[in-house]
Structures are given as C-alpha cells and as structure tokens.
Design a protein around this ligand. Structure first.
Ligand SMILES: Cc1ncc(C[n+]2csc(CCOP(=O)(O)OP(=O)(O)O)c2C)c(N)n1
Ligand SMILES: [Mg+2]
Length: 609
C-alpha cells in the first residue's frame, strides 16, 4: 500500500479538495475560517499549504460566516456546500445557532471547530469548559443535537472514517444537514501514514429514491378518489429539481399548486396553476383552495405551522393528507398517506399512472382577486409626509426587479410580506424561514451571490435584523461580491410589536421608543454601512428608492439603501390563524379578549397525529 505522511489537518484538506459535485467542481467549494489557538497552527497551516487548490475566506463572525456557507448551499440546491472552521470555545459555540439553522432547513454545511487537547496534557486549555462529571465533554458537545452527523477527531486516523461519513450525510437527500467534526487541536498537527488511495477523487451524486410500489399505489388511489386536490409545494421541490415536472403535472391534471416559504418560486408566479403562497403569510387564493380541498398533497414540505395555519387551514371534513417526501419522518406526519420518494421521480410515476386524469381547476377569479389585492398594497404612495409601508417598499423593489433578481431575507416583517406579495420569477426567491434567524440576511446575500454570480441579489432586512448581524458586509466589500441591501428602518421590532398587540399585549420592549431608554435611539444606518465600505444612501421616498436601486445596481461592492418605514401596517388580505399562546388569566381586558379569540380558533384546529 502506498502511503503519504501528512498531518491530520493536511490530510483533511487534501481529501476535501478531491471531493466533487456532479458537475465536476469541488463539492466543498472552500472554507470560511476564523483562527484561534484551536485551529491556527494545525488546520490553518494546512489550509495555507493548500490555498491554490482549496480557498480559505476570512469572515468577521463565526455564526454569520456559517450563514454565508449555508445560503451558498441553499442557492446551490444542496448540490454544493462550504466548510467553516473555528477555534475552540467561543468561536465554536458562536456557530451553534447557524448549525441549528442548517439542521432545521435541511441544508449541508461542514463545521470543523477546534477542540481540546486529546492528550489532555495542558488541561484545562484556554477556553475549555470543564465538565466536572464527564471527561469526554467539551463545548463542542453543544453541536450534537443540531448536527446530522457529529464526530470528534481524537486520533489522526479517525478522518479515514469521519470524512466519508460526513460527505455521505451532506449528500443524502433525506438526511441532509450540518455535519460537525470537532478536531482536537493536538491531533490536527499529528502525522500519520495515510493510504494514497484515500485521496482518489470522488464524485458525490445525489440519489433520487424511487417510491415503494405499495405506497405508490395507495397514493394513486387517493388522487383518483379525490375531487378537489391541492399540491402544497415545499423546498423539496426545488432541491429535487422538480420545478418543470411540477409545472407540467399541475397543468396536465388541473391540480392547483400553492407554495410554502421554502417552495416559493418553484413555479413562475403567473403559471396558471400557481394559486400563490399558502398559510399564515399566504394569499386568499391559495388559502381558499386549501380550505375546501379534499386531498392535500404535500410535496417536499415539512408542514411547518406557518404552512398549515397551525393545522387550522385544511377545513374540509373529508380532507385527506398525502405526504410525498424523500424523508420518511416528514412523509409520516399527521397521519398522512406516505409516499417516500424523490419529488421529481414521484411526480413522474404518478403522472404515468394518472394518464389523462383531469380535475376541474379552481376558479381563476381567485387569482385575479389576489392580484388586485397585491397591486393595491404595492402601489407607489402619493407624495406626502406619511412614512411609506413595507409593502410599498416591496413594490419599489419589484418594479426595479429583473428576471435575474433573487429577493432574500429571513426574519421580521419582510418574510411575511414577500411571501404574500412578491411576484417571483422561477428560482428568484430565497427565504430562510425554517429558523427565521435574524442576522442571516447580509451574510446570506453574500452566500447566494457566491453561488449564483449572475443573479441580482436583493437583501431585504429590517433595522432590528441589521443591528443583530451586519459585519459580513465588510467581508463582501473586501471580496468584491456585490448585492443590494434594502434596510427598512421602522425603529424597532415592528412585526413582533404587531404580534404583541394582536395577542392583547401593551406596546412594550419592541419598538425602540417603547423600550427602556435614557436617550432616544438614533442609529445612522447610512454612516454605519458606509463605514464598512458599502455604497450607502438614504432614500427619502418610495420613488427615490426605486431610482436608487437602478442607479446603484452593478457595482463591485454591495450597495445599501436605507428607507424609513411605518411599523404599523401589514397586508391585511390573505393569511390564516397562527397559534401563539395567549395568557389564560390576565388583569388586562385586551388580553382576555385575545384569549377568547384564541380559544375559538383552537376549537377549529385539527389534531390528527
Ligand atoms: C435571532 C433571532 N432573535 C429573535 C427573533 C424573534 N424576532 C423575529 S422578527 C423580530 C424583529 C425583527 O425586527 P426588524 O428586523 O427590524 O424587522 P421589522 O419587523 O421591524 O420589519 C424578532 C425579535 C428571531 N427571529 N431571531
Ligand atoms: Mg424594524
């Protein structure tokens, strides 16, 4: 056996550089790194040695550089990913939130935090947490519940098994998610005679599981027995690359499609059978179709509560649920008829069996009514002193959009409004709404642009989310990765303020002016973003915003446009109930009234599994 003597870190980097996506490029495109004593001498030195074959990028915060990696994987439809390395202790635990984000959203990212000394000689090393009762625990054990695969590399030969397992999980469509390889800092630097064959280039093909025959037959029977089916299209449609198949299937069979946050832009917004966004942030067209449907066909969806209106949406007493999912866990939810399969393959098999079967599509007037509702809230406001609404801001961004535009976001008012009223071109919508993590936005925009250099990436971020995490803006400037950031400054947490009001609460601790202060908050977002090197400007009106988007597009650094908005309004049309626990006893009348409304809706919730 031919061997090569390398440190464990050198071997890891060499191996990673040789793993290929189906298109022949590196599956792990490169690595985000912030060094400390836990990785600088071991992995850091190895990355320097391999810098011509495996790029290293420096972020400003471990959590957000991981967000960039995760957004890259999402924008690559899980066909490519990135790695992230940190030191031990705080550098590592900073990534736990990002790991959870990737875990919830089923997105691949390879996390390589440094770990304590395997030899324990210097214990406790700087930043070691020291569990009094368990000598095997380190800070990195925080990653266990939010990793699809976790391993601790305590001997150099461990990577021979750990690395292939890591890539297997990241490229498995059902198990896909974050992998954590906690790398003991002494082990990174230890040498071993690795077999040359370990480094043979390998292509990681993403399999398309075929359905089980009996499950397929049950699904066909359920569709044939239905009179008014609806397809709830989730992120799985996009990850499977099933968009065109779904468009044809829906058109052929006259089955309406509604889209979840992760599934939005699977179909063009003006496809005849696209009845729009579903659920809490959904359209009246989509939700009306769902309320009356006698067969709800989940296609690549987790049935998150925003999709199902906390299970109050599907109201037809005869309603059955068919869940098509590559992951059996999701296919088995809520007593569904399960069809475990890749979305595209499942549609092909169903289409072949259903032949010319055609349902009476819902009334197209539903779509026309929703189009009118959208247009009304997105229209440019007349000139005046009133602050614009967030919907009017969306209108300006929409008018400035091109077929290459990818609008993105994660938390706050924007995800709900964009889901409702944004007219997405196919592939033109990227919302992190599995974890809805404030602070994903700017880092995520960077990841999307790296994955899709030809896209016109527009990051929609509230003042609150911007304040939570913005420093990868400086990274994007440094790397010359341009995108457009629109900051809607409504002086606080507008959407939670509205939720608080809706649940009977007093305005408290959400908007900046309702929060404890000695001096009123006065953040200059233009100066802040400008100080990091972005081209930052203020738009004094919606019309000015539209003009500035066009003017600043196409630079070599991100542009940031700040606009003041009214925290009050949101789109009233469409939507469904969403369960948020309202206090059962209260001295406040508004809370008691909200509780009564809550109990009314609880009675309408279905609890089938
Ligand atoms: C990390 C994180 N913390 C808290 C929340 C809860 N949360 C959701 S939206 C929001 C406020 C967002 O404020 P902003 O970004 O200004 O958006 P706005 O609704 O004001 O437009 C909060 C606190 C969250 N989603 N993520
Ligand atoms: Mg805000």
């Amino acid at each position: 056996m031919t061997t090569v003597r390398l440190t464990a870190a050198q071997a890891m980097v060499r191996w990673l550089a040789n793993q290929q996506a189906e298109d022949g490029t590196r599956f792990i495109e490169g690595i985000w790194a912030i060094f400390g004593h836990g990785n600088v001498a071991g992995l850091g030195e190895a990355l320097h040695g391999a810098r011509d074959i495996f790029p290293t990028w420096r972020g400003h915060n471990e959590q957000t550089m991981a967000h960039t990696a995760i957004a890259y994987a999402k924008a690559s439809k899980r066909r490519k990913a990135m790695a992230v390395t940190t030191s031990i202790g705080p550098g590592a635990t900073n990534v736990v939130t990002a790991a959870a984000l990737a875990y919830v959203n089923r997105l691949p990212v390879l996390i390589i935090p440094g770990d304590v000394f395997a030899n324990r000689a210097p214990d406790p090393v700087l930043q070691q947490v020291e569990d009094f009762a368990d000598g095997t625990v380190s800070a990195n054990d925080c990653f266990r519940p939010v990793s699809r695969y976790f391993d601790r590399i305590t001997r150099p030969e461990h990577i021979l098994t750990a690395l292939p397992r890591a890539l297997r999980v990241m490229t498995d469509p059902a198990e896909c998610g974050p992998v954590t390889l906690a790398f003991c800092q002494d082990v990174q630097a230890e040498a071993y005679d690795y077999p040359e064959s370990f480094f043979t280039p390998k292509v990681w093909r993403i399999r398309r599981p075929e359905p089980d025959q009996a499950e397929l037959e049950a699904a066909i029977a359920a569709i044939k027995a239905a009179k008014a089916p609806v397809i709830v299209a989730g992120g799985g449609v996009i990850y499977s690359g099933a968009e065109a198949t779904l468009a044809a299937f829906a058109a052929t069979h006259g089955i309406p499609v509604v889209e979840t946050q992760a599934g939005k832009s699977a179909l063009a917004h003006d496809h005849d059978m696209n009845f729009g966004p579903v659920g809490v942030t959904g359209a009246s067209s989509a939700n009306t179709v769902c309320e009356t449907a006698d067969l709800v066909i989940g296609l690549g969806t987790r049935f998150q509560d925003f999709t199902t209106g906390s299970w109050s949406l599907f109201k037809n007493p005869a309603r059955r649920l068919l869940a098509i999912n590559v992951q059996a866990y999701d296919a088995g939810k809520h007593g569904a008829i399960s069809l475990v399969a890749d979305a595209r393959v499942a549609l092909e098999r169903l289409g072949a069996a259903l032949q010319g079967l055609r349902f009476a599509a819902p009334d197209a007037a539903l779509k026309a009514d929703w189009a009118a509702a959208k247009a009304a809230v997105k229209a440019t406001p007349a000139a005046g002193n009133a602050l614009p609404t967030d919907m009017q801001v969306v209108g300006a961004v929409q008018r400035a959009a091109t077929p290459a535009t990818v609008v993105m976001g994660a938390a706050g008012t924007m995800p709900g409004e964009l889901h409702k009223i944004w007219d997405a071109a196919p592939g033109g919508y990227h919302m992190e709404y599995g974890f809805s993590c404030m602070g994903y936005e700017i880092a995520g925009a960077l990841g999307i642009k790296m994955a899709r250099p030809d896209a016109d990436v527009v990051c929609m971020v509230g003042d609150g989310s911007y304040m939570m995490a913005n420093s990868e803006l400086a990274t994007a400037v440094m790397m010359g990765v341009p995108f457009t950031v629109v900051i809607t400054d409504n002086r606080g947490y507008g959407c939670i303020n509205r939720l608080q009001k809706h649940t009977g609460g007093a305005p408290f601790n959400n908007l900046l002016d309702d929060s404890y202060h000695v001096n009123p908050s006065a953040i200059d977002f233009v100066a802040h973003a400008g100080s990091m090197g972005a081209r930052a400007v203020k738009a004094g009106s919606v019309a000015e915003l539209e003009a500035k988007i066009l003017e600043l597009r196409g630079g070599r650094v991100p542009s940031v446009i700040v606009i003041d908005t009214d925290p009050g309004p949101s789109t009233a049309a469409g939507g469904t109930w969403w369960e948020v626990g309202v206090p059962e006893v209260s001295v406040r009348e508004s809370v008691r009234a909200a509780r009564a409304r809550y109990e009314e809706m609880k009675a309408k919730q279905s609890v089938d599994g």
